[in-house]
Design a binder for this molecule. Structure first.
Ligand SMILES: NC(=O)c1ccc[n+]([C@@H]2O[C@H](COP(=O)([O-])OP(=O)(O)OC[C@H]3O[C@@H](n4cnc5c(N)ncnc54)[C@H](OP(=O)(O)O)[C@@H]3O)[C@@H](O)[C@H]2O)c1
Length: 349
């Protein structure tokens, strides 16, 4: 069984990694939580009531590569850029949740349900990248549509939860919402995790805009699906919006396919896809919602697709509504499923 380090173990994604390991998602000999110097001395095993063997929390500097087989990085791109390659060079398999290495040719960008073949061989870099949270749920819904009738173009609008901004994002939404409820005239200052005040509002800018006006999040939604799906020419247009929802990202996805399809054929293709839960017109309601998806662990582990439509004017144009837990499907679960696949492929003892 592998020895796994979680770098950023105290954060929103890191804590979910620990909880999922505790639930037995992949066998583990021992977990080493890694944090910044301010977290040394914290007992995460006790804080999170974990029953798996948990080593004392250390800083990355104090993490001895000989003590770990796998390091899951969830501490932001700066920490990954500074520390991941040192561990990888020492032979540790690094699964990185940040955007630091995703587009590098020698680093596979993997969603195990979509492109497991990218992990057929252990990369020479010893690095595997976890895609952006919005990308993962998008490609998991797009892949069966591509298999059904070949994707020509994608237009996606995201409705992204505050947990995508980490623990601080969750706190800012909770505190700001309380202040506005207590005093509807209260001014919530711009800045913080979301750049603009999020409570009772929408922020249509996630990350910095480039010269073309695309934000950092939108660039990821354009580039990453092309790499994962192996479709370098796929046309993708994205608008990424932060919404005052605590957990689970939602997406309105519109695709044009090469061949005409029916709603029944689309529902059948999606229903046959492992890891998707399809909400059809005969369900009430016929769509998933963030709070209901977050309410049950079995739903948090799935990508939910509803509002399935084929445009009457163009049977090649399909629209769907996709909801998934960004902390599980979009981060911790995907990363640990990569570890599971690496074990299946015999890369780890
Ligand atoms: N949130 C999501 O939905 C989501 C989804 C996909 C990918 N990601 C990616 O996952 C990463 C973590 O996101 P998050 O939302 O979990 O953020 P978060 O809640 O802000 O947690 C950040 C973590 O980074 C740790 N950290 C900061 N500086 C460190 C250092 N020098 N050495 C070691 N650890 C350090 C913090 O540890 P201390 O508490 O000890 O300071 C904390 O555990 C980011 O790269 C993010 O882009 C997040």
């Amino acid at each position: 069984m592998p020895r796994i380090a979680i770098v950023g173990a105290t954060g929103a994604v890191g804590r979910e990694c620990l909880a999922l390991l505790d639930s037995g998602i992949v066998p583990v000999e021992r977990v080493t939580p890694v944090g910044s110097a301010r977290s040394v001395g914290r007992d995460l095993g006790a804080e999170l009531a974990l029953s798996l063997p948990v080593a004392p929390l250390v800083t990355v500097d104090d993490l001895d590569p000989r003590d770990v087989d796998v390091a899951v990085f969830c501490a932001g791109a700066d920490v990954s850029l500074r520390e991941a390659e040192r561990l990888a060079a020492a032979g540790v398999l690094v699964v990185d949740n940040s955007s630091a290495f995703r587009m590098r040719a020698d680093v596979p960008l993997v969603v195990p349900q979509v492109n497991p073949g990218a992990l057929a061989d252990r990369p020479v870099s010893h690095l595997v990248a976890n895609p952006n949270c919005s990308t993962i749920q998008l490609v998991r819904a797009l892949h069966p549509l591509h298999e059904l009738a070949t994707l020509e173009s994608v237009v996606v609008a995201t409705y992204q939860a505050a947990s995508g901004g980490g623990l601080r994002g969750l706190e800012e939404l909770a505190e700001g919402s309380r202040r506005v409820l207590d005093d509807p005239g209260a001014r919530v200052e711009p800045g913080g995790r979301f750049g603009q005040p999020l409570p009772f509002s929408l922020v249509p800018e996630i990350g910095l805009q480039d010269d073309s006006g695309r934000t950092h999040e939108e660039r990821k939604l354009v580039r990453e699906p092309r790499k994962i799906l192996g479709l370098p020419g796929l046309r993708v247009s994205a608008t990424a919006v932060r919404v005052p929802v605590f957990h689970c990202h939602s997406e309105a996805v519109h695709v044009v396919l090469r061949e005409p399809v029916t709603v029944e054929a689309v529902e059948k293709a999606l229903t046959a896809t492992p890891g998707l839960r399809v909400h059809t017109r005969s369900d009430t309601p016929s769509y998933p919602m963030p709070r209901t998806v977050f309410a049950r662990p079995e739903d948090r582990a799935l990508v939910h697709v509803g509002r399935i439509r084929v445009e009457p004017e163009d049977p090649r144009a399909v629209a769907v509504w996709v909801v998934a837990d960004n902390l599980w499907v979009g981060a911790a679960l995907n990363a640990l499923q990569i570890v599971g696949l690496a074990m299946e492929n015999g890369w780890l003892r």
